[in-house]
Design a binder for this molecule. Structure first.
Ligand code: SF4
Length: 98
């Protein structure tokens, strides 16, 4: 617990000041670039690129691996949706296909 505090707080400060590395983690929620950050997007999309193996039904191990990423993926997708909606409503931004 203390180790997480020792890691998260300095990285939170770096992220808030826009000085962090492009290494996604819990600290991304404090970063001003969190919605548009390519590194974070690629990390979240890893689960979308999950290679499904035969047989066609997912194994318990595969489902457990996906479950590890569901909260981050859902949070990131909601942030992208809110960002895009805000840009469309506030600035008249046109999103191709929408
Ligand atoms: S959102 Fe991107 S730039 Fe910001 S802290 Fe996370 S990885 Fe770094």
């Amino acid at each position: 617990m203390n180790g997480q505090k020792n890691t998260l707080k300095p990285k939170q400060n770096l992220a808030f000041n826009g000085e962090g590395e492009y290494k996604p983690g819990d600290w991304c929620r404090f970063c001003r670039a969190s919605v548009e950050c390519r590194a974070r997007a690629e990390e979240n999309l890893k689960v979308a690129k999950f290679e499904f193996k035969k047989p066609p039904l997912l194994t318990d191990v595969e489902i457990a691996e996906i479950l590890l990423h569901v909260n981050d993926l859902t949070k990131w997708a909601n942030e992208i949706f809110a960002y895009a909606t805000n840009a469309a409503v506030q600035q008249g931004k046109q999103w191709t296909g929408f």
